[in-house]
Design a binder for this molecule. Structure first.
Ligand code: CTP
Ligand code: MG
Length: 503
């Protein structure tokens, strides 16, 4: 691999004795990077970028950055990070606008390949390829470091003990599934159909408020037409009518379903049943497997779901977000080098995937999407990379409450709603423009973008309009500041009572 660095620009430090001296003593007392230092470095980086582009155009392998230039960049990066840490919140506000030169400097070391990006947007667009990009350093708005009160952890633990569904609750769901299965098999035959549970009944995030999500797997009759889901929904509603209450077919919904309430003997549970929703069955297994990797992941999801329900921002019919969407946001936060360092979870869809032409790595196709993910990661391999089943076994020692606070802070103050797409599939942010999920007019369906990990064209937050986003973001800000100021978790989750959210 060729090396490239200084091109026409003189080496950093030789021409700038002041900067070199400052860099050398950075660990003792870092000097603020001067505009000249940054400009010099930027010139060198531009030269490097030009050479990169030329090499690429010639079909040559990527250039390695000159070690001297890389060191200079790292020194500068360290000084800037320390400078940022020393800023008061007021100064943070003043300096909120990023200096393009500073961003180029930070971007430079961000990529493991040493690639330099000409702009913040270009860097973010490339994040899917470069997982380890420390975006935190690029955060425009930085909130001061805070330490939640130790009482909060105990608070959350007490609540979790009451939230988790016991085996009897899960058994009721299984009984309901069986009853539905018997019903549909009596109409369509056991060889043509079955019923599966999905959602929180199987992903280990079931709480007392959870609905029951069911999937009717129905194959077409021999030699017959493909399944017409809307028609099946009507037939299914007629079948359920004598046994269940509040039966409501929704044949025109994006995903046609029948809603109903189970008999009192089965807990009067609210249920949804859809047809051939195999992607949902698979994504529920994906969530279950993520939740099994670290107890903090499951606890965090349960707390966030509870908070969202109490604050009435968990209703897709009112433009807020589904539990599923919140769970994806939590998983992504825990995967993210930028916000949760070192990450608590790997990316199961990409990490250590065996080659596609081996049986272990071969695509698992469902409805045209490759739904492969790692189902057999060994504990030893995970431990080797710093992942473990709990804080005591993980390279990330953060407490549950630290993580909760970090999650609230991310969506209250750090998340770039204009540019980023949350992508659990890649464990990184995608670029809205690249995904063609950019804002357009009043009916903007992409004010918040959360990619479904399997159905890649599906933005899980597409029902969220600017008004709903304003409410949701306000809730994140409220939760963050209450936790930061030492409030109890009961205060954070105080039931929302105003009209707008259907209270
Ligand atoms: N789902 C989906 N796409 C969506 C919403 C939901 O595929 N846009 C599927 C997912 O499989 C999800 C399931 O529907 O796991 C249930 O969604 P939801 O009820 O929002 O999540 P639960 O985990 O069941 O949460 P709750 O306990 O609140 O019911
Ligand atoms: Mg559910």
């Amino acid at each position: 691999m060729a090396q490239h660095g200084l091109d026409n620009a003189p080496p950093f430090g030789q021409q700038q004795p002041h900067a070199a001296a400052a860099a050398a003593s950075a660990s003792a007392s870092p000097a603020a990077p001067s505009p000249q230092d940054l400009a010099t470095l930027q010139a060198q980086l531009r030269a490097f970028m030009r050479a990169q582009e030329e090499a690429k155009a010639r079909g040559q392998p990527p250039l390695a950055m000159d070690p001297q230039l890389m060191r200079a960049v790292q020194d500068m990066q360290q000084r800037m990070a320390q400078q940022q840490q020393q800023q008061t919140p007021h100064e943070d506000k003043e300096k909120a606008k990023p200096d393009p030169a500073a961003l180029a400097v930070l971007a430079c070391t961000a990529s493991p390949s040493g690639h330099v990006y000409p702009s913040r947007a270009a860097l973010i667009a490339a994040c899917s390829e470069a997982h380890a990009i420390p975006l935190r350093r690029l955060m425009i708005k930085r909130s001061p470091t805070v330490h939640p009160s130790p009482a909060l952890e105990a608070d959350c633990r007490r609540l979790l003990a009451t939230l988790q569904a016991d085996p009897a609750t899960l058994q009721v769901r299984e009984t309901l599934r069986l009853q539905c299965e018997q019903l549909v098999q009596s109409a369509w035959g056991a060889d043509r159909c079955s019923v599966q549970l999905f959602g929180s009944s199987v992903n280990t995030l079931c709480d007392v408020r959870s609905d029951v999500d069911l999937c009717l797997s129905l194959s077409p009759p021999a030699g017959g037409q493909p399944i017409d889901k809307s028609a099946v929904v009507e037939e299914l509603a007629a079948l359920l009518q004598p046994r269940m209450s509040d039966v409501l077919p929704l044949p025109k919904a994006r995903v046609p379903i029948v809603k109903f309430t189970a008999p009192a003997a089965l807990g009067a549970l609210k249920c949804d049943i859809g047809i051939n929703n195999h992607l949902a069955v698979r994504n529920s297994e994906l969530i279950r497997d993520y939740m099994a990797m670290d107890t903090r992941a499951r606890d965090l999801c349960l707390l966030v779901k509870y908070w969202a329900k109490r604050r009435k921002i968990n209703d897709t019919y009112r433009g807020t977000l589904s539990s599923y969407c919140y769970v994806m946001m939590v998983i992504h936060f825990l995967q993210s080098e930028a916000h949760c360092r070192p990450p608590v979870l790997p990316c199961l869809q990409t990490w250590q995937r065996p080659p596609l032409d081996t049986p272990e790595g071969a695509p698992v196709m469902i409805d045209g999407f490759d739904c492969w993910y790692h189902r057999d990661l060994h504990a030893a391999s995970l431990a080797e990379h710093g992942y473990g089943p709990a804080a005591s076994h993980s390279a990330n020692r953060a407490s549950l409450v630290d993580l909760l606070l970090g999650f609230f802070r991310l969506y209250a103050h750090e998340f770039d709603f204009k540019e980023w797409v949350v992508s659990v599939r890649t464990g990184a942010y995608l670029d809205k423009k690249k995904k063609v999920w950019s804002a357009s007019g009043k009916k903007d369906r992409h004010v918040l973008c959360v990619e479904d990990p399997l159905d890649l064209g599906h933005n899980l937050a597409r029902g969220c309009d600017p008004t709903a986003l304003y409410e949701i973001r306000g809730e994140f800000m409220r939760a963050f500041s209450l936790m930061r100021d030492g409030a109890s978790f009961a205060d954070v989750c105080e039931p929302y009572t105003k009209e707008w959210r259907g209270a």
